[in-house]
Design a binder for this molecule. Structure first.
Ligand SMILES: Cc1cc2nc3c(=O)[nH]c(=O)nc-3n(C[C@H](O)[C@H](O)[C@H](O)COP(=O)(O)OP(=O)(O)OC[C@H]3O[C@@H](n4cnc5c(N)ncnc54)[C@H](O)[C@@H]3O)c2cc1C
Length: 479
């Protein structure tokens, strides 16, 4: 039975990405009447204009809040989980890293020992790196937020080859950035929660779900609760009352003005910067430093190959590259029907996307295919490139850089009926769908506390799903 704590109070949520959907679903569930405002024709499309599912979307089992949201929407079965991580490189060696039944944190030990590309001495160094990560307490981890992760890896005597060939591909997969570009606190969190504390948290999930289905389910939840989702209309500006320090309405581009008891913005940070007036920025520290948040690009390529009938171009679901310009490759299968009928589709994500700003698409494609020929046994001479599309996302994610945490706003602040969500908000997570969902749940918790005279700061995590439970051995061994 639906919880009626919200007592039909009206909430406006601006932005219908994962953060907005997360807040809408939880608030509707608590009895709030929610109106979602989304500017895109295809809801959930990133504001840069590229459909976000033009890319492969992955998650790990450690993403407890994202999987909770998918469960609530009935789409969790559309995630394909994989127990093996596949590594390759210019040496053409394929390594398979699979967890087993040994208790965490030792579940990947046998898999690591079996990796062919590392010498014994290097494997021992990797183990000692994992053990060092295990010793860092949560409090100590947070104190490292201004340090870069490569620096921390150097401090525990990881040599450059191991950082480049092992830690970098793992970290770049989770954060889209290299160890030297990210805060040590994020790097450690990924190692601890993703690879050490439970047997399954490292497992990769690939979404088969269509974006349309996800948003349709979310809209059904909202409308069933008496709310509405308005598409193809943008929030243009807020009405803000300086004396009471409250938002009193939001103007939409179709001429309507909506008002509510409380407002959630689940917008990209620069859209919120456009929307917030100078008086709002002066009143609320969360809105004053939105331009300080840096964004980083993602560069993906969709490659379509001609291959002999029955040829296995990419046997594995994914490949993690330990060197070269490609970072990850994802098998998308043989296209059935349409323009690319019969072509073998592989999606790759390039490493160091910043390096390709000036490079023409043709050159980027050539570099990627050259790397793939060395690293992927299925890309034989009999396999030829038919066509390829480069997708450049200049502002794909906010940077998980050292020191960046201080600019990430809390859900509640001085304007007490305005709540902030978005993958760039303060969640302790690097930019990701998990981070976006956590931000939406935190905004919903804070808003609910505000509406029920509770404490939005103290109880901000009330609706969060707990992190993966650590094994008893992990608890005994950890810092
Ligand atoms: C190429 C690419 C690959 C990625 N791969 C992964 C991955 O594998 N795994 C992963 O976890 N994450 C991945 N991400 C990141 C992930 O997609 C984002 O972190 C997440 O979708 C952000 O959700 P959000 O709700 O915070 O923001 P958004 O999804 O950007 O939602 C904001 C919404 O606000 C709307 N909007 C903007 N302005 C207005 C306005 N004025 N009025 C009304 N609505 C407005 C937008 O249309 C948009 O729908 C990837 C991102 C990109 C770009």
């Amino acid at each position: 039975m639906a919880n009626q704590a919200g007592q039909g109070k009206h909430v406006i949520i601006i932005g219908d990405g994962h953060a907005g959907v997360a807040a809408a679903v939880r608030l509707t569930d608590m009895g709030y009447r929610v109106t979602v405002v989304e500017s895109n024709v295809h809801v959930g499309q990133s504001t840069s204009g590229q459909a976000t599912d033009a890319s492969q979307h992955t998650l790990m089992r450690m993403c407890t809040n994202q999987t909770d949201l998918y469960r609530r929407l009935g789409v969790i079965r559309d995630i394909d989980w994989h127990k093996t991580l596949y590594f390759t490189g210019s040496d053409g060696l394929i390594d398979e890293l699979t967890g087993d039944d040994l208790p965490a944190p030792f579940h990947l030990t046998r898999g690591l020992i079996a990796m062919k590309r590392f010498k014994w001495k290097e494997k021992l160094a990797i183990f000692s790196g994992f053990l060092a990560a295990l010793q860092v307490s949560r409090a100590a981890r947070e104190q490292l937020s201004n340090e870069n992760f490569r620096h921390w890896l150097n401090s525990i005597h990881q040599d450059e080859r191991i950082i480049d060939k092992f830690w970098s591909p793992i970290i770049a997969g989770a954060c889209n950035q290299l160890p030297e570009q990210i805060s040590a606190s994020y790097g450690l969190r990924i190692l601890q929660e993703g690879f050490l504390l439970s047997n399954t948290s490292y497992q990769l999930g690939f979404s088969k779900m269509s974006r349309a289905e996800f948003y349709k389910r979310a809209e059904e939840v909202v409308t069933k609760g008496g709310g509405a989702v308005l598409h193809r209309v943008s929030a243009d500006r807020f009405d803000y009352d300086v004396d009471s320090k409250r938002v009193t309405g939001v103007h939409l581009t179709d001429g309507q003005t909506l008002s509510a008891d409380a407002y959630v913005t689940a917008l990209p940070h620069l859209r919120l910067e456009d929307l917030a007036s100078e008086s709002m920025k002066q009143a609320d520290t969360r809105l004053a430093r939105l331009t300080e948040i840096e964004d980083v690009p993602i560069l993906g390529i969709h490659l379509y190959f001609n291959a002999p009938q029955g040829h296995d171009t990419m046997r594995r679901s994914h490949l993690i590259f330990t060197d070269g310009c490609v970072r990850w490759a994802f098998a998308k299968g043989v296209e059935q029907g349409g323009e690319y009928d019969g072509l073998h589709h592989i999606h790759v994500v390039m490493a160091n996307a910043d390096d390709y700003d000036e490079m023409p698409d043709e050159q980027i494609i050539q570099a990627a295919v050259a790397d793939m020929r060395k690293a992927m046994p299925g890309i034989t001479n009999a396999v030829t490139l038919n066509t390829a599309h480069v997708v450049r996302e200049k502002r794909a994610a906010s940077s998980p850089r050292p020191g960046g945490k201080r600019y990430r706003p809390y859900p509640s602040g001085e304007i007490d009926n305005l709540f902030v969500a978005g993958d760039w908000a303060s969640t302790g997570w690097p930019t990701s769908r998990e981070g976006a969902v956590r931000s939406g749940y935190r905004a919903a918790s804070a808003l609910h506390e505000y509406c029920t005279q509770g404490d939005p700061v103290k109880n901000v995590n009330n609706l969060l799903i707990p992190d993966v439970k650590p094994s008893a051995l992990y608890v005994a061994m950890s810092g």
